[in-house]
Write a protein that binds this ligand. Structure first.
Ligand SMILES: Cc1cc2nc3c(=O)[nH]c(=O)nc-3n(C[C@H](O)[C@H](O)[C@H](O)COP(=O)(O)OP(=O)(O)OC[C@H]3O[C@@H](n4cnc5c(N)ncnc54)[C@H](O)[C@@H]3O)c2cc1C
Length: 675
């Protein structure tokens, strides 16, 4: 290990080494290459490559795989379900070194390893398309219809809520976006950033820029944020559950219900393992291994991505719905909740929604004979829910600050898998992948020739607004365009590596949402007031210091250049303030500059929440205060972001509240609701 470290750290050999490797590999015949490369794999993870008789046959994904004309590393990864090709084939220096005739080793992901809590659904079964006969286009909606429950927003909370309520009631789920299936930007981890970079009106991500200047995104698709997110799945802490006043037994049952469908134990590539070991070395202990629980120390969490990178989403939970009791309309934008005045209070009795042709439809709540049961439930997210209520009780967004760590060796793609839960209110995670910023070869583009298209700059690209070196207010569209230009000219090896990022607990700073117009499709104006509370900036500074310790750790050495060459690589490669990566602050002891670094490089981790929080806009049963027949159930009700990441608790809350509402509804009739 020490020798290997010395080797990769002595200077900056990437350009010369790449040229050497390419010509070396090209000069050899396929069989010689196979032998040489398998010997050269080296390291503890080296595995013997067995050349079978049919090794070079046309079978789709043999262990020994011969690259065909027109294939790229990404297309092979997609086809063969092997996300770790780069790490298993050290002779392949980066995605662009893949050429016809090259022999590589493929290890297709095995069917999912049963997790401590999740199920063990096999990989083959995941291919199936769900038969959602109850999902229809809004243009097919009748002008008037009646349901027991009308849910606005088919997102991360809305889908499990609808599936649960449909077990015993007639439910309408209205979602303004389309289906997540068949869209590779949603379904493949390789295209995680592409969905965010797609700013077209049909994109599953609707871009918005907060008044603070931070570029952000909100979901516009069935499954909501679970179709855009980085997939990390982790429960809320026991303290969070108790403080929320939730029934712990029902909470656990609801988490398990979600986990059986959509949660996986990740295959942890070397970069993530180095991050885990670096965190432990940096004092973020104990090592909690793999767990879905929120515990201080370092752990591997769950993910909604299968090992081969296919995403599962909250929309998959609709498989649990009663197919005849649930109706889902897509491209149905709710513009209004209908209220009737009663002597003392308002009562919500329906909604108005619009299909893409502009036609209006009305859906009304059907109540029990006694006037009970039946509700409108807003699950339209942190921005959509207050927007529809036209009131807001204070939103918040957890600041994220990241450090890009360039690597001398290729790094496989990984989204968040490991988290360090520090005791000072900072959560440390990482994402890696050598295709960050690298234009993807697109062979279908320009008449079949080998052209580059520049649509994708990968994670944290200027196209998603993650310009970490520019202060937020300067992240203008023009700055992003210039950054994209600069990146196009850079040597792609400058992008090898990963981001280690810090999310600030809470946060303590809050902001507000204001309507800009009455158009439900338009973004409201949002101000998050990042770091207004000094406790947030202190937590961030300590988080950055912890990241510095991780980068300097022995465990992480394989994936870092030594200090001099890191500075050089950035001077040469970046040479511009628009390069969307962050340099490590130079003076770790200088806390003032770390605080400034936090303020200047703040980004979003997309965990914004609040707006309809419990105690302000809704009561502890999620009923809108002062209104009958109207609840809000989603991330807008959170005072703080739960656990290190919210989606587990958002999905759990959908199931949990669905069960509680059914119980309330049937309690009077003496019926039982099974969990
Ligand atoms: C890029 C990104 C990365 C993230 N990474 C992670 C992660 O790794 N782990 C994690 O735990 N969390 C992550 N998150 C956060 C997590 O995904 C969100 O907190 C969660 O999805 C919010 O769920 P929700 O139900 O509150 O809202 P959403 O899931 O956004 O659902 C709201 C739904 O309502 C619909 N809607 C809104 N207005 C209307 C209307 N007027 N009419 C009809 N429909 C409407 C929207 O289209 C949307 O589908 C990430 C989020 C993003 C965006």
């Amino acid at each position: 290990m020490a020798r290997q470290r010395h080797h990769v750290k002595s200077g900056m050999p990437w350009l010369a080494a790449a040229a050497d490797a390419a010509s070396w590999c090209l000069a050899l015949s396929v069989v010689t290459l196979l032998l040489v490369c398998s010997v050269g794999a080296g390291g503890a993870e080296q595995q013997r490559v067995v050349v079978r008789g049919a090794a070079l046959s046309a079978r789709p994904c043999e262990e020994i795989y011969v690259v065909a004309e027109g294939e790229t590393l990404h297309s092979i990864s997609d086809k063969c379900g092997d996300p770790f090709i780069l790490e298993q084939n050290p002779h392949v220096h980066d995605p662009d070194d893949v050429f016809p005739g090259l022999v590589i080793k493929i290890t297709p992901s095995k069917p999912r390893v049963p997790s401590s809590r999740g199920n063990a659904e096999g990989g083959g079964q995941q291919q199936q398309r769900y038969n959602f006969r109850f999902v229809r286009h809004a243009r097919d909606a009748p002008p008037v219809s009646y349901y027991n429950y009308i849910i606005v927003g088919g997102g991360t909370a809305g889908c499990p809520l609808a599936a649960t309520l449909s077990e015993q009631s007639r439910v309408l789920l209205l979602e303004r976006g389309g289906l997540p299936y068949g869209n590779r930007n949603v379904s493949s981890s390789y295209h995680f950033a592409d969905a965010l970079a797609d700013t077209s009106p049909s994109s599953p991500a609707q871009r918005f820029v907060s008044e603070d200047g931070v570029v952000n995104a909100r979901a516009r698709v069935l499954g909501g944020g679970s179709c855009l997110n980085a997939g990390f799945y982790t429960r809320a802490s026991g303290g969070y559950v108790r403080a929320a006043g939730w029934d712990e037994r029902l909470v656990n049952a609801s988490y398990r219900w979600v986990e059986r469908e959509v949660v996986f134990r990740p295959g942890v590539p070397r970069w993530q393992r180095a991050l885990r070991d670096g965190l432990l070395e940096a004092g973020v202990t104990p090592d909690n291994g793999f767990t879905l629980d929120h515990l201080p120390g370092t752990k591997i969490g769950g993910t909604i991505f299968e090992r081969r990178g296919r995403r599962h989403t909250a929309a998959d939970l609709l498989r649990k719905a009663h197919p005849r009791r649930l109706t889902v309309f897509l491209h149905a934008t709710v513009s209004r909740v209908l209220f009737r005045r009663r002597t003392r209070s308002k009562v919500a009795y329906g909604v108005v929604f619009t299909d893409p042709s502009g036609a209006q439809h009305r859906a009304y709540v059907r109540r029990n004979r006694g006037g009970g049961g039946g509700e409108v439930i807003l699950a339209a997210g942190t921005l959509g829910s207050p927007q529809l209520l036209m009131l807001s009780g204070g939103v918040a967004d957890n600041p994220m600050n990241s450090v890009f760590v360039p690597s001398p060796v290729p790094v496989a793609l990984s989204l968040v898998q490991v988290v360090g839960v520090t005791r000072f209110g900072s959560f440390i995670k990482g994402v890696s992948g050598s295709q960050f910023g690298i234009p993807i070869h697109d062979h279908s583009f320009g008449g079949g020739g080998r052209h580059r298209h520049h649509a994708s700059f990968g994670m944290f690209s200027p196209m998603t607004g993650q310009l970490g070196t520019l202060p937020p207010k300067q992240r203008t569209p023009e700055a992003m365009r210039r950054a994209a230009e600069v990146m196009r000219r850079l040597d792609r090896r400058a992008f090898r590596g990963g981001f280690i990022l810090e999310k600030t607990l809470g946060p303590m700073s809050t902001g507000h949402v204001e309507l800009r117009s009455t158009d439900p499709a338009a973004n409201p104006a949002v101000t998050f007031n990042y770091f207004r509370d000094p406790r947030d900036v202190e937590r961030c500074a300590r988080g950055i210091q912890a990241i510095q310790r991780v980068v300097a750790s022995r465990s992480f050495a394989r994936f870092t250049y030594n200090r001099t060459s890191t500075a050089t690589i950035f001077r040469r490669a970046a040479g511009t303030p628009f390069f969307p990566v962050n340099l490590m602050p130079r003076h770790p002891g200088d806390t003032r500059s770390l605080q400034q670094y936090c303020r200047d490089t703040v980004m979003t981790i997309w965990h914004y929440h609040g707006g309809c929080h419990v105690g302000g806009v809704v009561d502890k049963d999620y009923r809108v205060i002062g209104v009958r027949g109207l609840r809000v159930i989603n991330s807008s009700t959170f005072n703080y972001s739960p656990g290190t990441n919210p989606q587990a608790t958002v999905m759990m809350l959908g199931r949990y509240m669905g069960l509680r509402i059914l119980k309330e509804r049937w309690a009077s009739k003496g019926k039982d609701v099974k969990h």
